[in-house]
Design a protein around this ligand. Structure first.
Ligand SMILES: Cc1cc2nc3c(=O)[nH]c(=O)nc-3n(C[C@H](O)[C@H](O)[C@H](O)COP(=O)(O)O)c2cc1C
Length: 175
């Protein structure tokens, strides 16, 4: 069973989670990159607008997702929405149909449900597990337990597939 964890990360938070998740799952890990348009202060503004308008953008990824049985996607929340590189990545129907997990990071976890609802609309199904983590928890290096739990949830799903399961979101924040 070949698993791919693909992620977009503008400032490194989601990247740390993606790498940890890939280690737990024995999966390959692939960064989705763009042309630098979201870098720096001007890039922040562009990213915010891209989130608000639910825009897409040109992207690159190193690994071929069609070579995998299952795909997990991760990204930061942008203006309450899925970031444009992830939005673009999921336009590939071969990826969408293989999606079994999604995770996001944000200032808070308040917008996680909306983020995953959007992913559901983008891929056209809800056969994926989800996990949202607050950035503060990641900054404090407290993400290993949530990520281990998420990987266990995913793994049991892959080995014992259930039909029609609803989104069962794991939310983690520091209070
Ligand atoms: C343009 C932009 C918009 C953001 N909007 C939100 C938001 O609406 N809600 C939220 O909780 N966090 C928001 N954030 C915070 C990021 O989701 C958070 O910092 C995330 O952990 C960054 O991940 P990264 O380092 O992998 O890019 C926003 C960040 C950026 C850059």
């Amino acid at each position: 069973m070949k698993i791919l964890v693909a992620y977009y990360s503008r400032t490194g938070t989601t990247k740390r989670l993606a790498k940890a998740l890939a280690r737990w799952l024995g999966a390959d890990c692939d960064p989705i990159t763009e042309d630098g348009r979201y870098r720096g202060t001007v890039g922040f503004g562009r990213a915010y607008l891209a989130g608000l308008t639910q825009a897409k953008c040109p992207i690159q990824a190193k690994l071929d997702p069609t070579a995998y049985d299952h795909i997990i996607i991760g990204g930061p929340i942008w203006a309450g929405h899925v970031p444009s590189p992830v939005r673009q990545y999921l336009t590939n129907p071969a990826i969408a149909s293989k999606l079994v997990g999604a995770f996001c990071t944000g200032w808070t976890i308040a917008e996680g449900a909306r983020f995953f609802g959007e992913i559901e609309r983008l891929v056209g199904h809800n056969r994926f597990r989800s996990c949202s983590l607050a950035q503060r928890l990641c900054d404090a290096d407290l993400y290993q337990y949530p990520i281990a739990k998420f990987s266990r949830t995913l793994f049991s799903n892959l080995t014992k597939p259930q039909k029609n399961f609803v989104i069962d979101n794991l939310n983690y924040a520091l209070e």
